[in-house]
Write a protein that binds this ligand. Structure first.
Ligand code: 9WN
Length: 422
């Protein structure tokens, strides 16, 4: 194990800067991930934003999650993007998705970290939060039930039907399923992301053609859950979704019991998910991994999602040595892919860079389960954000800033976790 980075600098001005970013990215009831590149409300970004706001404005923190749930569909799904106001700066916008939720939105979801974080807002001030939590509770349960009904394979693992659903857009986890898509009828479209950020840090055209093709396919099926799942060439069991949903159900169950709310079948659902986690264990590689549900092929990818097992509530002793290996190889936090994997690309998004919010879930989860390296992950995250700024993600080998600037979740992670010493 390499030692932690050189003695910490004085980062005492960072808290105020982080609060400013949240305030500047506030669009009135919801927060954009960053100005320009992502001009709408994103699902799991908002969950992190709420934790950041909770450090200085708990009312605004609740509002973030309430606004997110205002976009919930009748079937329980909470979309990954909510298009509150049209903005030509992002592609694909509402017309491409063609969805009919209560507010214009995308038709896929994202990891349900909001379930857990709502319980933290409650814990921050139970008296002030009880009524708001109770109002959200049936909606949160309904979202969890939607996952179990429409995103669970026969082995009990939670899968995604689009790379954007996992939130780890171009991770190697999707390569096998993506190679089975022939997007030649996708038609002309114009990307906007590469007008904001250098193309070398973004997914390729190969990826984008398939992202859009998958959206077009589901739109043609009118976003009907059963039809979209049937025969879908993209169905990949995903540790991100599985472990975050597990955590969400556990937190919701505990808070619901404490608040005397109707917890329904949640205890049984949680037990099923715990059992289903075994399906994500890649016995050949000896770590948690994703697999293509259509052919059973493992990704053989030791990713940052592999280390969400602790956040999910598992004791996973074998994962500790893997974490030590990747921290040894990469000094600036947990990389999105192990640097010794030949597919590793230090700058390209989810194929190498380190992400503050993933580090937070990994570090916190590990510390909760008594894994000493959890604190090391926090220190390194503090160091990289403190030195290189509140950017979208970082090169895990050099710490260099990458992606969008003035990023909401990086600021929130600083306030709620990384920047807290002691
Ligand atoms: C597509 C907003 C989102 C994050 C995702 C991240 C990226 C979008 C994009 O940005 O995805 O959803 O256009 O690249 O991969 O995790 O929620 O920050």
């Amino acid at each position: 194990m390499t030692e932690t980075l050189a003695a910490a600098d004085d980062f005492s001005d960072r808290d105020a800067a982080a609060r400013d970013i949240l305030t500047q990215n506030d669009r009135g009831g919801y927060t954009v991930p960053t100005d320009g590149l992502y001009p709408y409300q994103w699902n799991w970004d908002s969950a992190f934003a709420s934790l950041g706001f909770a450090e200085f404005d708990l009312d605004r923190a609740w509002q973030e999650i309430e606004t997110l749930f205002s976009g919930q569909w009748d079937n329980g799904m909470v979309p990954h993007i909510i298009f509150h106001k049209p903005d030509p700066g992002y592609f694909p916008g509402p017309d491409v998705w063609g969805c009919n939720g209560p507010i214009a939105s995308s038709g896929i979801t994202q990891p349900p970290v909001a379930l857990s974080f709502a319980t933290r807002l409650l814990a921050a001030d139970p008296e002030a939060g009880a009524a708001r939590f109770a109002a959200l509770y049936p909606k949160m349960r309904k979202w969890a039930e939607w996952f179990l009904k429409w995103r669970r394979d026969e082995k009990g693992a939670i899968f995604v039907i689009h790379p954007w659903e996992s939130g780890r857009d171009n991770a190697p986890d999707w390569d096998d399923a993506m190679s089975g898509i022939d997007p030649q009828d996708v038609g002309y479209y114009e990307r906007r992301d590469t007008q904001h950020v250098d193309a070398s840090m973004r997914p390729t055209k190969y990826d984008y053609d398939r992202y859009i093709w998958l959206v077009q396919r589901a739109k043609a099926l009118d976003w009907d859950d059963a039809k979209v799942a049937e025969g879908n060439p993209f169905k990949v069991a995903d540790p991100t979704m599985h472990f975050i949903l597990m955590r969400g159900l556990r937190d919701l169950l505990a808070a619901g019991e404490a608040q005397d709310l109707d917890t329904g079948d949640m205890a049984a659902q949680l037990a099923e998910l715990e059992a289903g986690a075994d399906a994500l264990w890649n016995p050949g590689m000896g770590y948690y991994d994703s697999y293509n549900c259509n052919n059973g092929i493992w990704s053989n990818a030791l990713s940052n999602a592999s280390f969400l097992c602790w956040f999910g509530g598992l004791d996973a002793p074998h994962m500790e040595q893997h974490l030590a290996r990747v921290l040894d190889a990469a000094p600036y936090g947990v990389p999105s892919l192990a640097p010794f994997d030949p597919r590793f690309d230090a700058k390209r998004y989810w194929r190498g860079p380190t992400w503050g919010m993933m580090n937070m879930m990994i570090g916190e989860g590990a510390s909760e389960r008594g894994v000493a390296l959890g604190e090391e992950v926090r220190k390194r995250t503090r160091e990289v954000i403190g030195r290189y700024g509140f950017v979208e993600y970082f090169d895990p080998m050099t710490g260099a800033a990458a992606g969008g600037k003035a990023f909401t979740w990086t600021a929130a992670v600083w306030l709620a976790w990384a920047g807290k010493e002691g």
